[in-house]
Design a protein around this ligand. Structure first.
Ligand code: GLN
Length: 490
């Protein structure tokens, strides 16, 4: 079997037993990246850096020194994580060519474990978007159907893993940016509890929501990587100080008797019939495996989108104020004075979506509107979080759709921001609560030109319960093979 199609556990074993070297593995992926450049998944690839890291991993494997299950395994990073050896742009013109003097903690943790970086992945500008159409560096194509979006904002991450250009990729989820693109590309996308992964070196969008996670081909692969990626970081004030965990510990979990909460609000009239059919069939599969379906209600989940689009832009307007043409990034070539320089640099550097959010955010934080919008949104956010907590007294995990429809076409929602925002209708509530959640492939729906487009099943768990969530996902992936399907030609 071609190395690009092997699971992380298989790659890990092959590296340890010297069936393949880290350099050969890195080269095989670099070759695939090169031959699938048309997907536009990568923004920065530097084979000499990758191969040097791979050679160092081979040396570790040869000396049997500090070897982990990830040593020599390639990974690609979303361009929201800053990296010393590659450019870090957040897919924005304002950071074009920027080189960070340090690595993000997540990147550093994985490098210490011996992972080899393949490059940086395209995304929506500052992770704002649901289709990757907001990247300043062009659209990413969905490998299942190049007329369809790969989802966003982590569209480069999802396309790269779906097309087998990388066995695993980092991603970030603020309102759905891991789960939605994972669903649209038929892969496994996992967002841990807010505060578990470090935000240090993650280019900030909405700090109370931003959560690093993974795009993988299976829940098992995600568990293996989380073991080295997550953990307390004193450099991040919202990092949670809990002992390290073994996220693989529930992979043999039997779902017999596990209570799966099914929120009625997630099966309303917005849900497309093809997605609903695949999700219901996945729930039936869990029942056949012995799980118990429990009807639950999240009555205020429908307020997730309006609440999110107050809170997230408010935080974004503050976070993006650092891009002033002085400290880093783009500076206008012609200006009259300091204020003019800042104004022109920002006007030239930011794309339309970040500008829209800066305006909305500044507005909702302004005197006279702060109480009416921002404080109100914070109160509803708490109500939504409390509804989840109550639901988890009746079930172990919540399951439902990730998206209303399969991947949509380029341009379909680009001119209508609210239609685009609605793509995260089922993912935003969990983000506002800060609970872990994931998307696993569970079938196919229909695209316009008769193409098959993947459907994702969303699992949502209580705070810090990701090991069990991964175990519940793995039970499904042991019983089904949706996660093993790959797009034609890849
Ligand atoms: N689509 C949502 C937004 O544009 C979520 C993005 C994300 O999770 N980064 O804000």
């Amino acid at each position: 079997m071609e190395v690009a199609h092997q699971s992380l556990a298989q790659l890990s074993r092959a590296l340890k037993s010297k069936q393949i070297s880290a350099v050969e593995l890195a080269q095989a992926h670099l070759d695939r990246i090169e031959s699938h450049q048309d997907l536009n998944a990568f923004l920065d690839v530097r084979p000499e850096v990758t191969l040097a890291q791979a050679a160092a991993a081979d040396a570790r494997l040869a000396a049997q020194e500090a070897v982990t299950p990830l040593t020599g395994v390639p990974i690609a990073h979303k361009d929201i994580f800053v990296t010393r050896d590659f450019c870090s742009t957040a897919a924005s013109k304002i950071l074009r060519g920027y080189r960070s003097p340090f690595d993000a903690t997540v990147v550093d943790n994985l490098a210490r474990a011996g992972m080899v970086t393949l490059g940086k992945l395209n995304c929506d500008e500052f992770a704002m978007g649901s289709s990757n159409e907001n990247s300043a560096f062009g659209n990413v194509l969905n490998p299942w159907d190049t007329g369809a979006v790969p989802g966003g904002s982590s569209g480069g991450s999802s396309a790269a893993v779906a097309a087998r250009l990388a066995p695993v990729a980092t991603a970030t989820d603020t309102g759905g940016s891991i789960r939605e693109p994972a669903a649209f590309t038929g892969i496994t996308g996992t967002k841990p509890t807010y505060g578990r992964p470090s935000r240090w070196g993650m280019i900030a969008f909405a700090s109370s929501l931003d959560t690093a996670g993974l795009m993988t081909r299976s829940a098992e692969d995600a568990a293996l990587v989380f073991n080295h990626m997550l953990g307390f970081d004193p450099k991040d004030s919202t990092s949670v100080n809990r002992p390290r965990e073994d996220y693989t510990r529930n992979l043999d979990l039997d779902v017999k008797g596990v209570r799966i909460g099914v929120p009625q609000e997630f099966f309303g009239k917005l849900l497309q019939p093809d997605v609903e059919a695949a999700v219901r069939e996945a729930l039936a599969e869990y029942q056949r495996l012995g799980a118990i379906l429990v009807d639950i209600s999240l009555p205020n989940a429908e307020l997730g989108i309006p609440v999110y689009y107050v809170v997230a832009p408010a935080e974004a307007s503050s976070n993006l104020s650092r891009f002033d043409g002085v400290r880093y990034g783009h500076r206008a070539a012609h200006y009259t004075d300091l204020a003019d320089m800042i104004k022109k640099s920002r006007a030239e550097g930011f794309g339309a979506e970040p500008k829209r959010r800066i305006l909305i955010g500044t507005y909702v934080l302004s005197h006279g509107y702060y109480d009416a919008y921002y404080i109100k949104a914070q109160k509803v956010r708490r109500i939504i979080a409390d509804e989840f907590t109550r639901a988890f007294s009746r079930c172990d995990v919540i399951a439902g759709p990730v998206t209303m429809s399969v991947a949509f076409a380029f341009g379909e929602k680009a001119a209508d921001p609210v239609a685009m925002y609605m793509a995260d209708y089922y993912t935003v509530p969990g983000s506002l609560a800060g609970i872990p959640s994931m998307s696993i492939p569970c079938g196919f729906g229909v695209g316009p030109v008769n193409s098959k487009r993947p459907v994702g099943l969303q699992l949502i768990a209580n705070y810090f319960d990701e090991a069990r969530m991964l175990g519940i996902a793995h039970a499904y992936q042991r019983a089904t093979d949706w996660h093993l399907r790959r797009p034609a030609g890849f």
